[in-house]
Design a protein around this ligand. Structure first.
Ligand code: 13P
Length: 255
């Protein structure tokens, strides 16, 4: 396998944080710190911040991201946001299937798949999240859980569409807990994902796929995680809310 062609991607997932005023300030702090990044840099912000964030990023190397989208084009889905609405605001990336959505909002592998298809059909790129819980890891089910999630999410997705997809491996037990997967644990699961994608598509698709690690990634542990052969970036929660911490992670991501 040749991974020299994969440009790493570091994305901040702000979750339900940052008012518009706070978003503008944070982006103004981040912009100069990451301007020479060797990787792609995206910020996935709350829906209400999208317009402000897009304006604050203008002329920079930052890409605008959202945290979810609905599977229908439009209609009676109170409280939901369509992929076309995001595309109109200049969104490049949308996070789909985050474990917090699976855990608290009834997201299933089927709805993840449907949301991905809607996002792709509107020209958005997808950051697909997968990951096992602590109980699943401790009972040896990690490979099975990850394989099932990946397979279901990619059902009906073409090889051409795979170019628009990033997969984020986020062990649920490592999210917001301060417990990071070891570089070896994270690398193993990311390798498993790449192998699966090779089986589902072909070697070229697997080689080109970018796989992020997410879960308590920070300025201190980023370099070791990102040095893993199959880890091509990070999806960053808490540490993406502080400009110097986020910038340090970006600096650690080299091709
Ligand atoms: P933390 O970096 O806060 O653990 O969050 C990770 C995450 O869920 C990113 O999507």
């Amino acid at each position: 396998m040749d991974f020299s062609n994969r440009t790493p991607i570091v994305a901040g997932n702000w979750k339900m944080n940052m008012t518009r005023a706070e978003a503008k300030k944070l982006i103004e702090e981040i912009r100069p710190l990451v301007k020479d990044a060797a990787c792609e840099v995206a910020l996935c912000v709350p829906f209400t911040d999208l317009e402000t964030a897009g304006a604050a990023m203008e002329g920079s190397n930052l890409k605008l991201g959202a945290q979810n989208c609905h599977w229908a084009a439009s209609g009676a889905f109170t409280g939901e946001i369509s992929a076309a609405m995001l595309a109109e605001l200049g969104v490049s990336y949308v996070v789909i299937g985050h474990s917090e959505r699976r855990q608290y909002f009834g997201e299933t592998d089927q709805t993840v798949n449907a949301r991905m298809k809607a996002a792709l059909s509107c020209g958005l790129r997808v950051i697909l999240c997968v990951g096992e819980t602590l109980a699943q890891r401790e009972s040896g089910q990690t490979p099975l859980v990850i394989c099932n999630q990946v397979k279901a999410a990619l059902d009906g997705i073409t090889a051409a569409q795979m170019k628009e997809i990033v997969i984020a491996y986020e062990p649920v037990w490592a999210i917001g807990t301060g417990k990071t997967a070891t570089a070896q644990q994270a690398g193993e699961v990311c390798a498993l994902i790449r192998g699966m994608v090779q089986g589902l598509y072909n070697e070229a698709v697997a080689d080109a796929l970018r796989i992020q690690y997410g879960g308590s990634m920070n300025a201190k542990n980023a370099a070791e995680l990102l040095a893993q052969y199959d880890i091509d970036g990070g999806l960053i929660g808490g540490a993406s809310l502080k400009a110097p911490d986020f910038a340090a992670i970006v600096a650690a991501a080299k091709q």
